[in-house]
Design a protein around this ligand. Structure first.
Ligand code: AHR
Length: 500
């Protein structure tokens, strides 16, 4: 029997709500159709934003939305996306399908969407093909409340008061699509660009995100940090950054032989699970390097692109990255969010890629129809961790399961405390059998438990015709004990337990 010993009497780090952040890029049907249908659409909308999608996203309390990319960010010129929509400059979206981008969703529309979602804002600036002046003026347009030509422009475009910018990304994947730079070259640009992104609200400064590594590229992490922390003529200002990004996608089969999103066998399942656990290795790997510059952990990891990447749905544009979502994605999401929780002393922000209709989405749309994916249901359960404090714990006697090539510990767990309620989330990667689990608190004696579960066979998915194949259901298999609880965790399942 697996045993989870919780040390609730030790103060754990705070779990930033931003660990459950989302990402939407100008890519395929992620923004256009998925979120934004324009004001004159027959699909019910508020200021162009789909009401059904916004409502579903509010149900999972999306804490933050990253925009406009991704690779698109380093080709995006924000001034093309403001003002009269009929006159906005069009562009080719060279990264994603070569389609025409009409720029009808721009800065004002992004902040309107965030207002409707009630979430924090994370705008990713253009270093790859943009200028320092362009990024500096974007910040001024968004956040300055004094008198200036750019604030006049914002007012002319219908927004008198500045918006609240919470995070600014200075470039995206500048080791690749963002300019194919060397770490030192990028880091010098980072130092320069961020200098001119002025903080107009010292009481609420936005946090600056420096472009970090791809997967396990420690050369990038070291090169960027050593350059940013150099002090040529003064104080290094803590590397000039608040966060360093990390990007990692789970790619069963690799780039050459991507897995189907919906048809896979147990071997591919366990390969996916094993690759999911790599996220924890990466946090440790890059976290250790960060520790040498920032032992007090003031700089957060912004794990702002993660998720499963599979073959696109047959018959769809390969450049649109539209893929279905199964129980495999539920396990991927549940496990990854558990990992982020357990490392919340360093991981301060994370974004699943991408929110609607792209890669591992929480929502899929087709015309006026919308479906909540298994991943949505996991986010729905995990929202109870937002703004809670981590409860440290040890999981012992956790059985290894899987295949010879890919075996993984069956259970993956995190726990937190908020307002006197202990939330424990459990992902069981085993496909074959249940795993008995005993949960023991150090002092706390639970008097009540509320539990729910997402479980189905591994390839189960929600479709537009059958939208409720995979949903969160009440779970009654938990027995309270003197020190905690006992249960049999069903195979291929994600569980939410709440003790009070
Ligand atoms: O999320 C899709 C793409 O993956 C992003 O545009 C890019 O940053 C990453 O390579």
């Amino acid at each position: 029997m697996a045993k989870l010993y919780l040390r609730e009497n030790i103060q754990g780090a705070h779990i930033n709500p931003e660990l459950q952040g989302q990402f939407s890029e100008h890519l395929g049907r992620g923004i256009y159709e998925g979120l934004y249908v324009k004001e004159d659409s027959g699909i019910p909308n508020e200021n162009g934003m789909r009401k059904d999608v916004v409502e579903a996203l509010r149900e999972i309390r999306v804490p933050l939305l990253r925009w406009p990319g991704g690779c698109f960010a380093d080709e995006y010129h924000w001034k093309d996306g403001i003002g009269d929509k009929a006159n906005r400059k069009k562009m080719i979206n060279t990264n994603w399908g070569g389609v025409l981008e009409d720029n009808s969703f721009g800065t004002n529309e992004y902040f309107e969407l965030c207002r409707q979602l009630g979430c924090k804002t994370y705008v990713n600036g253009n270093v790859g093909s943009g200028t320092v002046q362009e990024m500096s003026e974007w910040v001024e347009y968004m956040t300055f409340d004094g008198v200036s030509p750019l604030t006049e422009l914002r007012k002319k475009n219908g927004h008198d008061s500045p918006w609240q910018l919470d995070y600014l990304g200075v470039g995206n994947e500048n080791w690749g699509c963002g300019g194919n730079m060397t770490p030192e070259y990028y880091a010098n640009l980072y130092r320069r660009y961020q200098t001119f992104c002025r903080q107009y609200h010292p009481d609420h400064p936005f946090k600056k995100i420096c472009c970090g590594p791809n997967v396990d590229d420690t050369n990038w992490t070291r090169g960027v940090l050593s350059t940013c922390f150099q002090e040529p003529g003064g104080h290094a200002n803590h590397g000039f950054m608040d966060l360093l990004s990390v990007h990692y996608y789970v790619l069963p089969g690799g780039w050459e032989h991507k897995s189907s999103a919906t048809q896979f066998d147990a071997a591919v399942w366990y390969e996916t699970m094993k690759k999911t656990l790599t996220a924890e290795d990466l946090i440790r790997l890059h976290g250790n390097i960060l520790d040498t510059y920032d032992p007090e952990k003031k700089i957060g990891i912004s794990f702002d692109e993660w998720g499963g990447w599979y073959e696109v749905e047959p018959g769809t544009n390969p450049g649109f990255l539209y893929q279905q979502n199964t129980m495999r994605d539920a396990l991927l999401a549940g496990t990854t969010l558990n990992i982020f929780n357990r490392h919340c002393d360093r991981v301060k922000l994370a974004c699943i890629a991408q929110m609607v209709n792209v890669l591992q989405s929480v929502i899929l749309t087709e015309g006026e129809r919308m479906v909540k994916t298994p991943t949505w249901h996991v986010f729905h359960m995990y929202q109870h961790h937002q703004d809670a404090d981590l409860v440290p714990g040890d999981l012992l006697e956790n059985e290894e399961v899987g295949t010879d090539e890919n075996h993984v510990p069956a259970l993956n767990i995190s726990a937190s405390k908020k307002d006197g309620v202990y939330t424990v989330t459990v992902a069981d990667m085993d496909l074959a059998k249940s795993h008995p689990l005993e949960i023991r608190f150090t002092d706390f004696v639970p008097k009540a438990v509320k539990a729910s579960i997402v479980t189905e066979e591994m390839c189960a998915k929600n479709t537009f015709d059958e939208p409720d194949c995979v949903t969160e259901k009440a779970f009654s298999g938990v027995t309270l004990t003197e020190h905690g609880a006992k249960l049999d965790v069903p195979p291929c399942a994600v569980l939410l337990l709440q003790f009070s």
